[in-house]
Design a protein around this ligand. Sequence first.
Ligand SMILES: [Zn+2]
Length: 366
Amino acid sequence: MKDFILHNVRLLSGEKTAIVVSGGRIINIAPQLPANAAGCRMDGREAYVSSGWIDLHVHADAALEPYGDEIDAIGIAQGVATIVDAGSCGADRIGGLHAASQKALTNVLALLNVSHIGLTRTDELSQLAWLNEQLLREAAERYGKFIVGLKARVSSSVVKEQGIEPLRLARGFADRLDLPLMLHIGSGPPSITEILPYLRGNDVITHAFNGKANGLFNEQGRAIPELVAAMERGVLLDVGHGTASFSFKVAERARAAGIAPDTISTDIYRGNRLNGPVYSMAHTLDKFLLLGYSLEETIARVTSMPASWLKRPELGRMQKGDIANLTIFSVQEEEVSLTDSEGETRMGMQHIRPEGVVVNGKYIAI
Ligand SMILES: [Zn+2]
């Protein structure tokens, strides 16, 4: 690992800065390149620098189809320093994901699927025997801090005839393991009004702005009462764009009603990376600039906000003494064609482009 000084970069405020990284840590952040600075200089060419982007919902088990991909293809290659695999693996395969993460450059954390078979099938909650608390507990204990929560996909094609029962079981597992739950929502049954009361503070709803029936917002774009109550309990909203789960109209109406996502994630895997509509984290962020979120608001949702949810604040800030995790990116004033999961295309006027990423002190150009 080489020491370096990243200079000629800008904070989101526009203020120029230079960041000195030594031994993998940030040892200085200064408005100017220190006069006596020795070592390798990286010219950021006036790009922005933020703490390393965090994608809270990806599918990083390369062997799985359709929901899988290579870790570094959805991490560093996209300017993302830290990915959170969102339940690709249950107890059966989590060891393999952990081993693969050790060989990757990208930081990897995981939400453990409450079904021990994970996404080896896409109806992983359709048999209650697959919700095995003992296997879940053993995996959670074995992989310690790698496991940041549980994942349950509670929509009709996943739970089939089981209705709300998998969620009821998942609630108990999360409570007894003292882990937050990321809940995937989609088409019912079960109905969203039946689902939401099971969520507690610090749980997170992914696919929050999907365009399907059974969503969180009514026809007028107002939050349904069960969502209002859930948010009052501290339940958070995650984007989880994916192939089928992000609607411009829903996100736009929610914003007009004063409801913003807490975190912006991609739900990226091979298919929607190569063929859209996701493509990349930056492309997903462009959609939020188009919706009217400021650059600061947008970047906070892939840095400080997910880091806070992960209880890993150091991953979402730039501070002297921290291990260096940074994303360097430019914002191009150019038209970009953006398509949501409903097939609606809008033209953005700004386009974020990752230029480089620093993961655990190592600089990687993009
Ligand atoms: Zn997903």
